[in-house]
Design a protein around this ligand. Structure first.
Ligand code: 5AD
Ligand code: FES
Length: 349
């Protein structure tokens, strides 16, 4: 398998068949070799830097019903909230003072925030903090809407494809299609956003073939960012009785994506940190180079519960900021508070 890993390292490409062979046959030794190659690649492109993004979870209302997600519309136990513009700006101010230069506005698919309101929020943040990047993560909307937000100053858009396997996608997302998801991602990219796609690991009945679909799709889309995290069951969802994803598989996927897309911005996700106390550190050592500590007001933290056992729900923004910095340094990496754009990107291009 080392020959295949070397080939991937050198060419940043493997065929579908080769990827599947790799996933089916790697020994512990091969896995270690893969992670080392991913680490070398990140060092070559980004050095030991880990970029920080401040995450503001501004609404947990959602009109969708993703089977895995704790804020799905049908979950009547979810304690719903919406942040006002003022509250969002306060979170930005706190974040700015802590050194953050990227704000990620994430929410469920909540039509209460129509185009005009999103535009106003983006404009206000950019007006107050012209040196900051604004990232939106609010799901599937029309191309026209995406254009409006971009014109208002939004720089980036995160929307995981979740899984690139038709069958699995359909089972998990009632009333949604993989086709539209992909269409949205391509539109976002064409408009000029730095785009983040990504998938979950360890979904019920997810196979190595499914992971190969994810990897091939990402290679083709070439997003600027890729979010990968383990599926973690939530007690008030239809998948409550299922097993979750493992640290080991998540880390292998991070390493493979680092090698397939050497320039990519790759977060060590909160979900990864939630299934293992040093999960994020393990992710960083396998090629991840972004962390997204929480800036949401403490009063709503617990309510943005996509899965059970989420970390940082009781910690102030300043505590997370210090905690994660310590973790990054102890793991042998350095914190970078700059905007941290993808090295292969410029807004004019
Ligand atoms: N476990 C892990 N990740 C989840 N997400 C949603 N629900 C869960 C869960 N139960 C992820 C999805 C979504 C991102 C914001 O959180 O991939 O895109
Ligand atoms: Fe939030 Fe460690 S990052 S408490």
């Amino acid at each position: 398998m080392k020959v295949l890993i070397d080939k991937l390292y050198t060419h940043n490409y493997l065929s579908r068949e080769e990827l599947l062979t790799l996933l089916n046959s790697m020994t512990e030794n091969d896995k270690e070799f893969l992670i080392n190659k991913a680490h070398e690649t990140r060092m070559k492109h980004y050095g030991d830097k880990v970029f920080m993004r401040g995450l503001i979870e501004f609404t947990n209302y959602c009109k969708r019903n993703c089977m895995y997600c704790g804020i799905r519309a049908a979950n009547k136990y979810a304690d719903r909230y919406r942040l006002t513009i003022e509250e969002i700006l306060e979170a930005c101010e706190e974040g700015y003072n802590l050194g953050y230069r990227t704000f990620v506005l994430q929410g469920g698919e909540d039509d209460y925030y129509g185009d005009d309101l999103i535009v106003m929020i983006v404009e206000k943040i950019k007006q107050k903090y012209p040196d900051c990047a604004v990232t939106l993560s609010i799901g599937e909307r029309s191309c026209k809407s995406y254009e409006k937000y971009f014109k208002a100053g939004a720089d980036r858009y995160l929307m995981r494809h979740e899984t690139a396997s038709e069958e699995l996608y359909k089972r998990l997302h009632p009333g949604m299609t993989l086709e539209n998801r992909k269409k949205c991602l391509r539109e976002l990219k064409d408009i000029g956003y730095q785009v983040g796609a990504g998938f979950m690991v360890g979904l019920p009945n997810q196979t190595n073939e499914d992971y190969v679909n994810d990897l091939m799709f990402l290679k083709e889309l070439e997003p600027h960012m890729v979010g990968i995290g383990p599926f973690i069951p939530h007690k008030d969802t239809p998948l409550k009785g299922e097993h979750g994803g493992t640290v080991e598989t998540t880390i292998i996927m991070l390493a493979l994506v680092r090698l397939l897309l050497p320039n990519v911005l790759l977060p060590a996700t909160t979900a990864l940190g939630s299934i293992d106390p040093i999960g994020r550190e393990k992710g960083i050592k396998a090629g991840a180079n972004v962390v997204m500590p929480n800036l949401s007001p403490l009063s709503v933290r617990k309510k943005y519960a996509l899965y059970d056992g989420k970390i940082c729900t009781g910690d102030e923004a300043a505590e997370c900021r210090m905690c994660i910095e310590g973790r990054i340094k102890r793991a042998g990496f350095s914190v970078d508070m700059s905007r941290g754009d993808n090295t292969a990107w410029s807004r004019s291009s």
